[in-house]
Design a protein around this ligand. Sequence first.
Ligand SMILES: [Zn+2]
Length: 462
Amino acid sequence: MDTLDSQPHLKLVIHADKTPAGEHPGRFNAPTTNEVAALIVDEVHGNRDIILRHRDEDVTFVSELHRCYDCLQYPLLFPHGEDGYHLEIQKVDPTILTLLDKKVSCKAFYAYRLMVRENDFNLLLRCHSLTNQFLVDMYCKVESERLKYIRSHQDQLRATEYVNLEDAMRQDGDAANVGKRIILPSTFIGSPQYMNKRMQDAMTYLGKFGKPDLFITFTCNPTWPEIKENVFAGQLPEHRHDIVARVFHAKLKKMLFLLKVLHIFGPQSAWMYTVEWQKRGLPHVHMLAWCQDRIHPVDIDRIVSAELPDQNADPQLHSSVTKHMIHGPCGDFNPRSPCMKNKRCSKRYPRDYCGQTCTTNDGYPIYRRRDPGLGGHTATIRQRLKTFDVDNAWIVPFNPLLSKTFNAHINVEYCSLLRAERRIAIACASSGIAATLLQGGRTVHSAFKLPMDIRKKDNPIC
Ligand SMILES: [Zn+2]
């Protein structure tokens, strides 16, 4: 921004529908739901103060860390002028109710304020979009508190070990900036050191255990009864990201329990996962699983299915699959589907019928998808006030037990080919931040083809 300020003929323009050349197109898509976002350019230009203008035209700056910041910025949320976070809130020992010599952190303070309690009317959780704006604003406060800590504790973080002229020249290319550099440690989520650490972990897993056996994507279902029961009357899931996140976290723990303790795919050697938020506001997780007893191509049908189940034999599974595991429909049914590129489905649906599962050389196993004339089932689904007849050609591969248990979109893929493994692992390990920008849960379907330069170890992106 310094450069922009010193060049008055330059302007910073943000186009919602433009993608920089050479970048992954999905990363720069606009959100598909109305969401609140904050863009903080540079703190060098001052803190995020609010300005009070007095009646005598005098002005007062109120810092974001002032106790009155919240009620001045959000008078509707704090009609009685309640105090917000400030730096002098002391911690209390809950057992003996005495003040401790430690201060409450910003994150802990707002986590406390946002908690749902019985018989307690919490206005903060009832203001829909204003609540979302408040949350984003306060999260900026949390993040800037962390950044301030890192900036003032560079010695303890041993930043000097990273900062040297050679490093700075290599990354900045400008000797004038040497000395201004602040190193974000690997504990700061999203920093280059963090990404690098995750990537190294992923490569170690691959080195020790070989290729993963399964690639699972589990997406939150906003119609889960746990979410519907816990939002207040008149609220939609997008008004309560706290509930959505908590319910998804509980479901994820349950899925890990099925994998790690109940061994639904056999004993596991290792697993790794990353949780991401889509642009439609729902979390999803990408997970890789390494089984102790390796899954062989002959075992695929036991674990992964790409066929409609028999409605009479298992109505619950049939309902889950028809609701969550049908691709699109796209093509002639819906030419404007996001998967359509150059008038063709980029995910290659509808797939060809196939009498038996086989593995191929391009990294994708071909799952059994029986023709309706040869024993395959069909179903009629309703979307956007239209009805579609679908058969096995439209089914996204799933695991019957997981689909039935969680009633959500859970794509389970067998990792068939060595060629794809490193890219999947790195996508899974390092996509946390970048993939939050991908649209509509498309990351799973495109993960095998992510443009990723694994030689660029300093800043791997997906
Ligand atoms: Zn499609």
